[in-house]
Design a protein around this ligand. Structure first.
Ligand code: ZN
Length: 371
């Protein structure tokens, strides 16, 4: 293949343009990680007017130009040069060097395909498990998901931000996602939030299918990675218990991730020792079961104490100990694990919505002090 790379010096580049008016020019960033790539005709004003940009502005700084007599040769260059997994060569809108965007690898071929309900459900599942600040195309977890979906990481990150524009919890805190949610996004969002009992397990199955090829496998989504535990779940369970298990798995991941994988009372950072503690218990309110705002990340000891009503949290989210627990405060271990945290507020990351006040109110009324 015949192409010439012009890098750091506009004179030879401008000479080539003059000698090859029928040729084509690829404008791209020098960085092998950049997704930007556009093809122009050699006569296009955007890439031929040295008077309108700084000296060596075409081939210095971050940009390089690659020239060839055919578009195919430039696409071949991009395929070999770019280190990124997915990308598109866009035609210039002024000179229309090509009629269609040209993907430069397998995955990108499908970038413009319409979103399906199943894909939106998978992203809604992830939406509840990843902090808003990590919806960007550099998140390795999203790159993995995008590659498996045959989409670009940027399009997946953008879809998550579009979904954020539908989220009342973010709006309440003055955060707005990208506008541009589609009719499908809106419909699927409402379906997901309105029927968590059905849609959460379905989305867990779709996610597992995407990651492992098997809907019955379990996958553990953390903010920047997805782990597939080596010990799969039993496959002989009834449909009902599979659904319950999927729901519990979703709830645990959503809550632990919202609390950055730390106990909200003690800061303990070992996931294996943490519980996504229900504020209103699983058995009490089916409609709030899978709401991540009905959960607090607590270590196993404080989870048990919260579950039994030995501790609760006031309207400012400060820890309160029950009378029964206070009776044991003279014991050094009880003092160390409970008295020391009395009056201290739950540690909730700035990006997390935190527990819903109505749920905590219910806990104070129905569970606290009843032991
Ligand atoms: Zn052009």
């Amino acid at each position: 293949m015949n192409y010439v790379v012009f890098d750091n010096g506009d004179a030879p580049y401008l000479k080539w343009l003059k000698e090859n008016p029928e040729g084509y020019v690829l404008n791209t960033r020098r960085s092998r990680d950049s997704q930007f790539a556009m093809i122009h005709r050699a006569t296009c004003p955007h890439i031929t007017r040295p008077d309108i940009i700084a000296a060596d502005g075409f081939t210095g700084h971050n940009d390089i130009k690659v020239c060839a007599s055919t578009v195919d040769e430039l696409v071949t260059f991009v395929r070999g040069y770019k280190a990124i997994a997915v990308g598109i060569v866009d035609p210039c809108g002024t000179c229309n060097a090509t009629t269609e965007p040209i993907p430069f690898n397998q995955a990108a071929k499908n970038t413009r395909k319409p979103w399906t309900r199943e894909e939106v459900l998978i992203l809604l599942n992830l939406y509840e498990k990843i902090p808003f600040g990590l919806f960007h195309h550099g998140n390795p977890m999203l790159i993995d998901i995008a590659t498996r979906m045959g989409r670009t990481p940027g399009s997946v990150a953008m879809k998550l931000s579009n979904l954020a524009s539908l989220d009342d919890r973010l709006m309440a805190r003055g955060i707005r996602g990208l506008s541009g949610a589609s009719a499908l996004d809106r419909k699927t969002w409402q379906e997901f939030q309105g029927h968590q009992d059905l849609l959460v397990p379905e989305s867990e199955a779709l996610l597992a299918e995407l990651i492992t090829g098997n809907a019955d496998c379990q996958v553990d989504v953390q903010p920047e990675r997805i782990a597939v535990p080596s010990h799969p779940e039993g496959l002989t369970e009834s449909t009902a218990s599979v659904k319950v298990r999927r729901g519990q798995r979703f709830f645990r991941q959503a809550v632990l991730n919202a609390y950055a994988g730390r106990c909200a009372v003690t800061g303990l950072p070992i996931r294996e020792l943490l519980v996504a503690s229900h504020i209103i218990p699983w058995s009490e309110a089916a409609e709030h079961r899978l709401d991540p705002q009905n959960g607090i990340a607590l270590n196993a000891l404080h989870d048990r104490a919260f579950d039994l009503g030995l501790i609760t949290f006031d309207t400012d989210l400060r820890l309160i100990c029950s009378k029964a627990l206070k009776d044991h405060f003279t014991h050094a271990t009880v003092a160390q694990h409970f008295k020391a945290y009395e009056g201290k507020p739950l540690a909730i990351p700035a990006e997390a919505a935190g527990p819903k006040p109505a749920y905590l109110e219910w806990h104070r009324r129905e569970v606290f002090g009843k032991f």
